[in-house]
Design a protein around this ligand. Structure first.
Ligand SMILES: [Zn+2]
Length: 488
């Protein structure tokens, strides 16, 4: 989108309420602008705010309507946009068109307040990040939040959604519990296609103001866009109880129809996961338990590694036979992670500790793959996964210690590659050594340092060099230390 003049600010949206007669420009990015008058001219739309004329490319405008903005949230029929991104899961389950989330109002302040702030954070037409930083340094969280909020809104109006998103994040850091800010952030996230994150922000916003019908309607839309149809239905139902509305009713019925199809197709989503399963083989209760476990584990691993992958993780549940057929995994493998978590759950009817461990182990591999860009050596990867699942080498410490004493350990460079080529006995030794090596590193240097190692391997550093940078040890040095550690 190109603005020839872009002195727009949220005060325009505020002004909406006071304009007697007006037109509204609905932009394709979900923003609307209330103007005095709007006219088509060649490839542009010219519009007037006060006595100032602005121009915007016609291609950025969805439509122009008389009146000063939507009287209620334009939920249905307006701004339906086709989601053109091909998803990995397409074909496995029906996908639906995305709903464009309508833009919220700016917070209540006087117009003078916002124009003063606007002059303060801009140089010419541009948002001046130095000035934003200046305001931030004054340590007034309210002023900081407002400045970044305004910068975010201005960037949204210019179609710079990425920058807007960053500004909203800073504003929320300054004042975390502002429903209006969370709402704007959600709109930016949805515009970036990050529907799951948008839904999460709106969940925070609705928990702060549970009786806001508008927020509940929006939450339903974001959840619907995140393919969380059942949760969307829940939010819309709540909104309908508080204040019935025909558009919401329409969406609700549509979502309920889709949910019935979805339930037959075998797919379920949560904030960080997309779960695929064979419909008649796992109960909805087990699916929910699995997702809940995965979410808890996700949180725990993020905290321990100080890192979180940016994309949704795909989990596929198999009966035992399908698992071996499809993955061609060696017979000793319990589960696999080849970018997707492939978990055999034959005969499982409810969660148990063993399944939780398996999930956490495989999930750790997803974190490591993301943090290390798929370059992490297997010993480090498997060692970390075992630590995260709660395993300890103490039970095999004596045997391991003997192995190292007799110099019959598998050398660490050999453990850089895949273990799937090993016999089951060799694999057992390989896993035990990996676990002991990472335990040693954790006890001596901490998980944070290990996380940094994986990250630097991800940037192209060799595993041994990354080890040396973090610990001063090369592989043979680590093996000597490990022999001493195990002998203690
Ligand atoms: Zn593993």
């Amino acid at each position: 989108m190109s603005w020839l003049k872009s002195q727009l600010a949220p005060c325009l949206l505020l002004a909406a309420a006071t304009l007697a007669s007006a037109d509204t420009l609905y932009l394709k990015n979900g923003i609307y602008i209330v103007v005095k008058k709007a006219e088509e001219k060649d490839a542009n739309i010219e519009y007037w705010v006060g006595s100032t004329k602005y121009t915007i490319a016609k291609s950025a405008v969805d439509r122009i309507e008389a009146g000063n903005g939507p009287s209620k949230l334009p939920i249905s029929g307006s701004g339906m946009v086709q989601d053109l991104t091909r998803r990995e899961t397409a074909g496995l389950a029906p996908t639906h068109e995305k709903l464009a989330l309508p833009t919220p109002e700016a917070p209540k302040h006087t117009e003078e307040y916002w124009s003063a702030l606007r002059s303060r954070i801009t140089t010419g037409d541009n948002i001046d990040n130095m000035r934003l930083a200046e305001i931030e340094r004054e340590n007034d969280s309210r002023a900081t939040a407002n400045a970044f909020f305004l910068a975010g809104v201005m960037q949204m109006q210019r179609g710079q959604v990425d920058q807007a998103n960053g500004h909203f994040e800073r504003a929320i850091q300054a004042t975390p519990d502002q429903p209006n800010l969370l709402q704007w952030h959600a709109i930016a996230l949805a515009s970036l296609g990050r529907y799951a994150d948008a839904a999460y922000e709106l969940e925070r916003a609705t928990s702060l103001t549970p009786d806001s019908v508008d927020l509940l309607r929006l939450l339903g839309m974001a959840r619907y866009d995140a393919d969380r149809t059942a949760d969307a239905i829940e939010a819309w139902k709540k909104a309908q109880e508080l204040s019935p509305d025909t558009k919401t009713e329409h969406l609700l019925r549509k979502a309920e129809r889709e949910l019935r199809v979805e339930e037959r197709s075998g797919k379920k989503e949560s904030r960080h996961f997309t779960l695929h399963y064979q419909g008649d083989r796992t109960s909805p209760r087990l699916q929910s338990e699995l997702l809940a476990s995965l979410e808890t584990e996700h949180q725990d691993i993020s905290r321990q590694l100080g890192y979180e992958p940016s994309t949704n993780i795909i989990v596929i549940l198999y009966t035992q036979k399908e698992f071996v057929d499809i993955t061609e995994a060696p017979s000793w493998a319990g589960a696999l992670n080849d970018g997707k978590l492939r978990i055999p759950i034959g005969g499982l009817s409810s969660m148990n500790l063993e399944v939780e461990r398996v999930l956490k182990h495989e999930l750790t591999h997803s974190f490591v793959a993301s943090l290390g860009s798929g370059r992490c050596p297997t010993w480090l990867n498997e060692g970390l996964a075992q630590i995260m699942e709660g395993r300890s080498s103490s039970g095999v410490r004596y045997e391991l210690s003997q192995l190292f004493h007799d110099r019959k350990e598998v050398p660490l460079p050999v453990l850089e590659g895949s273990f799937t080529r090993f016999s089951s006995l060799q694999a057992e030794v390989a896993y035990a050594e990996s676990l002991a090596a990472v335990e040693y590193l954790r006890d001596r240097y901490g998980l944070g340092e290990i996380s940094r190692m994986v990250e630097s391997i991800g940037t192209g550093e060799s595993s041994e060099q990354a080890l040396r940078n973090s610990t001063g040890l090369d592989y043979s040095g680590l093996e000597r230390r490990l022999a001493e550690y195990l002998a203690r």
